[in-house]
Design a binder for this molecule. Sequence first.
Ligand code: AMP
Length: 284
Amino acid sequence: MLVFKSVNELKQFLFQNKHKTIGFVPTMGALHQGHLSLINQSKNKAELTICSIFVNPIQFNKPEDLENYPRTIERDIQLLEDVACDVLFLPSVNEMYPTKQYKNYDFGTLATVMEGEHRPGHFNGVANVIERFFDIIQPTYAFFGEKDFQQLAIVKDLTKQLGLSTEIIGCPILRENNGLAMSSRNERLTAEERNRAAIIYRSLIQIKNNQKTSTIEQAKKMFKTAVEQEKMNLEYIEFADGTTLQPIKEWNETNYCVAFVTVIIGKVRLIDNLTIYSNVTSTP
Ligand code: AMP
């Protein structure tokens, strides 16, 4: 695997390989099987796979979250070697933002709900870094996990707004054996906390299975009680249309409903989502 830390060196390499299709997988490191599944999808589709590891400071709305974000670069490089990733791009903050000038984007109501509401400025930071990466790499395909469902919708919208030809490909959520969605932040959980956090997925599945017999209000209450019983705090649970991401109050308001949750366990913030029902053929 080739490792580039400088934008110019990466660009030179890309110029020499300009006839190849490029698959791009942006990450913030502390890699796990969820990330590696994106790399594998890219390897199946593109001639050249580039993974980036960059902990993007401007998408963190809390300094302590940025400070505590897990960093395991040696292990990450080994994992990427093991899956035969072609290129790792490992830029510094200065390489990414030499002018420190950031753009302001308008994603309308896509960015005013859920993560957008609870993490002010987060998606603007994500959009800045993705635009910069896409400008440097000009990928044919870019792979994003449905774990960050709202981010995936924002990146699709960004690509459309910028008129880019990069195809955005959403990839399914990988989970631990107990159902907990894989996440770099899980590194900060004890084994006991990981066990307790399994209730998140179990409760979402229960909601999905009982959806015909309970109201949205009842489903929200059930979820809150279940996570609190496991000594976790519910930041939010929302049921929303999977395309517009606008919250609904009654099941019949959409034919494509996704549950979005954020739960706090200790000092760690975990997000997850599950499609409750979908009568549409293509998902965002
Ligand atoms: P992150 O390093 O957390 O910024 O994630 C980098 C990419 O990996 C994003 O597109 C995430 O949605 C994706 N990702 C993170 N966790 C998972 C998972 N459990 N399953 C699938 N994709 C994931």
